[in-house]
Ligand binder design. Structure first.
Ligand code: ADP
Ligand code: GLC
Length: 490
């Protein structure tokens, strides 16, 4: 089966969050099932051409794309996704992609991803490569299903190509003014009140993708149900209700060749379930380097996150004074909105012997925090899947999470399991989005940490879990087959 996998970021080339982890690992897993996969991402300024061996494709040459009355020119560079034979196609257009950040709030954010979507289709045409499925991810890729059914419907190359749209985060929808349809060369006849592309008078990439894709899925079963409700749907629940029978949930897998304490290339000390002494050494290394006192009787709690409201930091702020009274140390890595960065900065200044803080993006440190802390906190407001709690399980770092979305599907609460007379819990969870519930749960986790036998059981339950892509990639294959069948029936 031939799959074109389209995404706005992918490890190891460009990353802001878990989307990149998925785009860098699912294609590899699909390849193991015999699929031929080509990955497409924009060629951002930050991508290191020589490190990844990018080559300019002369045969494709210049691709003219008209956007907002200007003709822009795209070019295609290619490389191989490390650890696979997946061909990566980088859509180059310096005017749009040579910026400081992957995502901007600039006036032409719509144009950037219009160019990307059209660039992908135009490249497929020049490669004369007809995918069975085009797998689109998040709003930045959301025009492709519409383009195939409208603007490029004339091209027989795509006559057997079906589309899948994966929602990684419904909070980001690509909503722009009506003028975007002109920029995107979408026929004005498609835009009218409540049409498949119209959203409260605006144009929505996300709605368009949901309405035009053959199949839609999201990254956990619980989130697939949640986004059908007003609490989690961010306004898209009514749109999703229309496509409910084509909506699926598939939990993300993770790449254990990158995320396993047995051979993680970023760790000073490797360790495994049989011998956790390396974990303690990593903790000592981490705390000492941050200037914190090492005392293994005191649990270290890690946070690695985009600092945005999705991640539950309002709750954390509300509870912060009480949290700081607890006998624990905090290692926090992240960047994002000023208000959260400032909140953490203030905490660090008020509690310098308890809080270590790194504001920024640091991949090496993210691995070290996973390995060198005892617990990992994710009190998310919503969480489509979440990867850090899955990494934490493998690193013997017990997750403390809100029981929603992918967090609910991957972490089993120790006490809930105990109530059912089973010692199979892997973490600690709370459901209600309030600071009291968060505080109580952290307290319970800290109390459990003091009982070393219980703690070892919880750690080892987590370390034995397996979220490799094998099972989830097989489910994607089923979806691809379903999508292809739907296309044949039409
Ligand atoms: P989301 O995609 O919503 O940000 P996930 O839990 O799915 O959340 O994935 C986050 C990914 O980004 C993880 O791989 C995590 O380690 C990484 N990450 C987040 N913030 C940082 C940071 N400041 N530095 C390094 N890695 C980070
Ligand atoms: C999004 C979600 C996160 C998910 C990731 C990869 O960024 O916020 O929960 O794990 O995408 O699917």
């Amino acid at each position: 089966m031939k799959i074109a996998f389209i995404c706005s970021e992918a490890v190891p080339f460009a990353k802001t969050g878990g989307l990149a982890d998925v785009a860098g690992s699912l294609p590899k897993a699909l390849e193991k099932y015999g699929c031929e996969v080509k990955l497409f991402i924009p060629k951002y300024y930050s991508i290191d051409e020589s490190r990844f061996g990018l080559h300019y494709n002369w045969e494709i040459g210049e691709i003219p794309i008209k956007i907002n009355n200007h003709t822009r020119f795209a070019h295609v560079y290619q490389a191989i996704l490390p650890g696979s034979t997946v061909e990566v196609n980088f859509i180059d257009c310096p005017h749009y992609f040579h910026r400081d950040q992957i995502y901007t709030d600039g006036f032409d954010e719509d144009e950037r991803f219009i160019l990307f979507c059209r660039g992908v289709i135009e490249t497929l045409q020049r490669l004369k490569w007809a995918p069975d499925v085009i797998h689109c991810n998040d709003w930045q890729t959301g025009l492709i299903p519409l383009y195939l059914k409208e603007n490029y419907a004339w091209d027989n190359l795509f006559k057997s190509t079906s589309t899948i749209f994966t929602i990684h985060n419904i909070g980001y929808q690509g909503r722009f003014s009506k003028n975007t349809i002109n920029n995107a060369a979408i026929s004005p006849r498609l835009f009218y009140p409540e049409s498949p592309i119209e959203y409260h008078g605006d144009f929505s990439f996300m709605k368009t993708a949901i309405m035009y894709s053959d199949i839609i899925n999201t990254v956990s079963n619980t989130y697939a149900k949640e986004i059908l409700t007003p609490e989690f749907g961010c306004g898209m629940e009514t749109v999703l209700q229309l496509r409910k029978k084509d909506l699926y949930g598939i939990i993300n897998g993770v790449d254990y060749s990158e995320w396993d304490p047995v051979n993680d290339k970023f760790l000073p000390h490797h360790y495994s379930l049989d011998d956790l002494s390396g974990k303690t050494k990593n903790k000592q290394f981490l705390l000492t380097n941050f200037g914190l006192k090492f005392d293994d009787a005191v649990p270290a709690i890690g946070i690695v996150s985009r600092m945005v409201s999705q991640k539950g930091f309002d709750l954390f702020e509300e509870a912060s004074e009480e949290l700081m009274k607890l006998n624990a140390q905090w290692i926090i890595l992240g960047s994002g909105e000023d208000r959260y960065e400032e909140m953490f900065r203030n905490l660090q200044q008020s509690y310098p012997d308890k809080v270590a803080l790194y504001i920024g993006f640091n991949n090496e440190l993210s691995h070290l925090v996973e390995a060198g802390t005892d617990m990992f906190l994710m009190p998310s407001l919503y969480e489509p899947c979440g990867l850090n709690q899955i990494y934490s399980l493998k690193y013997g770092t017990v997750p403390v999470v809100r029981k929603i979305g992918g967090l609910a599907d991957t972490v089993h609460d120790w006490f809930e399991c105990k109530q059912n007379s089973s010692e199979t819990g892997t973490g600690f969870t709370f459901f209600n989005y309030n600071s009291g519930a968060l505080l109580e749960t952290v307290k319970k986790a800290i109390a459990a940490y003091a009982d070393r036998t219980t703690w070892k059981t919880i750690q080892s339950n987590g370390m034995k879990e397996n979220f490799s892509w094998k099972a989830s990639a097989a489910k994607y294959l089923e979806l691809y087959n379903d999508a292809s069948k739907k296309k044949t029936i039409k």
